[in-house]
Design a protein around this ligand. Structure first.
Ligand code: BG6
Length: 475
């Protein structure tokens, strides 16, 4: 039998605003770039748009009652900037503030720690129209006003703040996570420029959180990168990939400067961001306090000859194994590839619980700060059977092995304070609509038909409830 997790361990799960809330044009909310992006994806690929999503805006009390039934002691959610500042700047929409106050009060009334994310992909659309959104450094000032307002408003109820979600993934999939006007889409230096603006915004948010006595961390979309073979040139390629895809972000948040090899590579290839003289000083003065890790898979890389074609990360839109549109390739530096040793999800994400153990061990050795898992989950086709059940044993297997990996790392001294898998309930996937599901709670809707969004407990709901009740000893 597994030893108990600590008594104060935060057990819960996660969501983000535009992926669950719906009510996209209700109670004063402004349009966000995700409303626009998902409308376009609906027209192009048939995925659901974000107008109703999982209707959490209207059903949050029912959802929190289900979280309580599972035994949650934490819930990670995000705050939609366009619900608070419908224009991105200017007047505050008090109805939007009231929604999050009610949500937080309801969580606290149920002894669930609220863990808000300040930014999860949903920039107010008027800022895209005004200056191109994250492309412009002007966005940093507008974000600072929003962040300061929210942090002050909820400072008495929130201890842990997640600043910005997955900058590394935003760089890889920039047109999916940000609205990029077509005329800029061929300029790949802008991927890193956007990220630089986000680094400034995130450092300012950390500063405000520290001013009110809270703790802050960015949510890292983190996949460790293995070398495909033990050939020295593949090992160096994996190191290069780790520097550019992982340490490039970590070093800014936790050391206060850009990873040297990665930045040098970007400069040599005209991809480096423009920065002002004091920018790294701002980073260094506002270091983050904990790792918020979003872990789904591990990645693999091999050596890539000079002269190969540069490519950016591909994706699988169909949910048919092997339909990946390509792998990131940086000539002379590395090429990403699939890992022949690992099984994958239907969307070609490698399933690798040991990879999570590797992340804990590697990052704790290098940075020695605590972790919380803010996403971890299996995107899968779920079937609602005629008896009204969802037998998601594949999800249970996935989560069980990742919790075991967490415990193994903790048994070797790594500090982990919480586990919040993705996702508390089914939601609008960022890449694949409602066919690909992650929730512990099923939401009865499809891409084409919103129905009533009824909540149904999956088998994983009952399993996780028992995991929490047994303090992680019954897996
Ligand atoms: C993370 C994001 O990248 O992965 C979530 O923070 C997202 O917003 C999750 O939903 C799973 O990705 P996808 O594309 O399957 O929804």
């Amino acid at each position: 039998m597994q030893k108990e997790f600590p008594k104060d361990f935060l057990w819960g799960a996660s969501t983000s605003a535009y992926q669950v809330e719906g009510a996209a044009a209700i109670d004063g909310k402004g349009v966000s770039q995700q409303d626009v992006i998902n409308q376009e994806r609906h027209e192009k690929f048939g995925f659901a748009d974000a107008s109703v999503a999982s209707d959490h805006y209207h059903k949050y009390k029912e959802d929190i009652a289900l979280f309580k039934e599972m035994g949650f002691t934490s819930y990670r959610f995000s705050i939609a900037w366009s619900r608070i500042f419908p224009n991105g700047d200017g007047e505050v929409n008090q109805e939007g503030v009231q929604f999050y106050r009610d949500l937080i009060n309801e969580l606290k009334a149920n002894d669930i720690e609220p863990i808000p994310t300040l930014y999860h992909y949903d920039l107010p659309w008027p800022l895209v129209e005004k200056y191109g959104g994250w492309l412009s450094r002007e966005v940093v000032d507008d974000f600072a006003v929003f962040a300061k307002y929210i942090i002050n408003e909820f400072k008495d109820d929130v201890k842990y703040w997640i600043t910005i979600n997955e900058q590394s993934i935003i760089v890889q999939y920039w047109t999916q996570k940000c609205y990029i006007l077509p005329e800029y889409q061929d300029n790949n230096q802008l991927r890193y420029q956007i990220n630089h603006h986000m680094n400034l915004a995130q450092a300012i948010a950390v500063k405000y959180v520290h001013e009110v006595g809270g703790l802050a961390g960015p949510a890292l979309g983190y996949s460790p990168i293995y070398a495909r073979t033990c050939k020295p040139e593949d090992q160096i390629a994996a190191l290069n990939a780790n520097d550019l895809r992982n340490s490039y972000y970590l070093d800014v948040y936790f050391k206060g400067y850009y990873n040297v090899a990665a930045l040098t590579y970007l400069k040599q290839n005209d991809l480096a961001p423009e920065m002002a003289a004091d920018d790294e000083k701002l980073f260094a003065e506002n270091l983050s306090d904990f790792f918020a890790i979003n872990y789904y898979d591990s990645n693999c890389a091999h050596a890539c000859p000079e002269g190969a074609e540069r490519r950016w990360s591909g994706y699988n839109l169909t949910g048919k194994k092997g339909d990946m549109s390509g792998f990131e390739t940086h000539p002379g530096f590395y090429q990403m590839c699939s890992n022949p040793e690992l099984k994958t999800t239907d969307w070609d994400w490698a399933i690798d619980p040991i990879g999570l153990e590797y992340v804990y061990r590697d990052l704790y050795t290098r940075y020695k700060i605590p972790f919380m898992i803010t996403e971890n989950g299996l995107g899968a086709y779920d079937e609602l059977t005629p008896d009204g059940k969802i037998h998601d044993d594949y999800r249970i297997d996935y989560l069980r092995e990742h919790i075991k990996a967490t415990k193994r790392a903790m048994d070797l001294g790594v500090e982990v304070i919480g586990y919040m898998p993705w996702s508390a309930l089914d939601l609008l996937s960022t890449s694949n609509g409602y066919k690909k599901r992650y929730g512990l709670i099923y939401v009865d809707r499809t891409d084409d038909d919103e129905k009533e969004c009824a909540r149904i407990k999956k088998d994983s709901f009952y399993w996780y409830k028992n995991v929490i009740a047994s303090q992680g000893t019954e897996l």
